[in-house]
Ligand binder design. Sequence first.
Ligand code: NAD
Ligand code: USQ
Length: 483
Amino acid sequence: MAHLLSTSCSLKIPSCRKTSFQSLDQSPNAFPTSFTVKTSKSLVRRVVLPGESSQRSHTVYATTTPIKQEASAQKRSSLHQSSNDPSSKQKRVMVIGGDGYCGWATALHLSNKGYEVAIVDNLIRRLFDNQLGLDSLTPITSIHNRIRCWKSLTGKTIELYIGDICDFEFLSETFKSFEPDAVVHFGEQRSAPYSMIDRSRAVFTQHNNVIGTLNVLFAIKEYREQCHLVKLGTMGEYGTPNIDIEEGYLTITHNGRTDTLPYPKQASSFYHLSKVHDSNNIAFTCKAWGIRATDLNQGVVYGVTTEETAMHEELCNRLDYDGVFGTALNRFCVQAAVGHPLTVYGKGGQTRGYLDIRDTVQCVEIAIANPAQPGEFRVFNQFTEQFSVNELAALVTKAGEKLGLDVKTISVPNPRVEAEEHYYNAKHTKLIELGLKPHLLSDSLLDSLLNFAILYKDRVDSKQIMPSVSWRKIGAKTKTVTA
Ligand code: NAD
Ligand code: USQ
């Protein structure tokens, strides 16, 4: 089992450019959030992929040094509609976190739909996996190969900016260079268990997520005032109150006076709390600076295939099944495929909103196509169905048995601090009103997810399945996560 904190780590990037990460220490910023392309002193790299001769395919920007404005940025502006016209369809979309699970599928979907897309990512998620000794169920190729494959299949270019959005200089240059009409922000540390490993991970998560989002807000104010921010929040911001959950706001009458206020937030991990802080910062800047923003409070995502990722094996998305990054339904399908009992935490009454990854990409597209007004902080609850963990386990058991699998369930002592039996009724009508056509969890989807898991079951490391992070045991001491 790999140790969590190694002193350095490098990722292999094809096309002969070696990258290395900064060394780690125990400080709040201990986790490397950017890297530089080492083969040249120049911090601006234009990567021309084999078979693409001199044509621009994608650009790799390193972090801290100002980047020369490229001529192509000017040329481009004649190709796209003016983003200062709020009524025009937004065309240029920056996908921050575009190498991740939701981001990769969304970047391809938007590119397929005719948007000009740039991915901004520091690839830190791949580093987390390396540090923790984890791997996606599905083999995923480098971001460079992914983009090259997409280009060769469709002729469509996705630009690539590699760097850390916590580095404002880097982010500014990506804004000046790409000139986005919309920014979809997926680029955060998104695992609740990761944020609860130890103090340094808690601090890293909140620093990375809150400062990254703050930088995006400043970049919009400074360089692209009309740009629409589509920010991935989470249903977990609301917690599990004993009343219905509304979409962002609640009208309250108190001592005879009535007001519509932000819905109370009761997040239950340092990760989920980072999303609450983000939401507050975004709401404030909408008011103060006239930023236009949509906060997508997304539920738990399941599935792996979208229309675009299915086009070629090199476009395949990641699927996490481990105890840190794996989420409930995806984990249960992989567990069923390898004959591991389904790991229901505690009583299993924990109820959450869920959605198919095909709906994630659809929802984001809908949000971009129907932008918020200047100064508007719009909140959509982005999920399609609610399930308790016990209900998910029962559905996977039934689907597994149909495929001849012997599926068992165990109750695992809950490593989290959360209600295990509670009321849950969350509204989710706004995206439907704007045209979302949900892919509801069906037998056929479960079949295909289970078959996917069976296909790759030899890649499963069973030692990674049981949860190893405890909400109660988190402390200041740096922890090594062992299987
Ligand atoms: P992921 O870990 O697969 O992807 C996140 C990506 O962001 C990674 O590629 C990572 O390298 C990048 N990133 C992180 N910090 C960055 C930084 N400072 N600068 C540049 N890039 C950075 O996560 P995901 O599952 O795709 O989730 C994406 C977003 O959606 C997250 O904000 C998450 O909170 C939200 N969300 C996810 C789910 C889910 O079930 N996966 C559910 C609800 C909400
Ligand atoms: N759970 C189990 N067994 C497991 C895994 C999870 O019982 O093997 C339970 C958890 O205790 C929890 C529920 O299932 O009650 C959901 O857990 P999860 O790991 O599937 O999801 P969560 O930690 O909430 O986080 C995921 C994403 C996060 C996103 C969130 C949406 O990692 O980025 O914000 O889903 S939401 O849950 O709506 O907040």
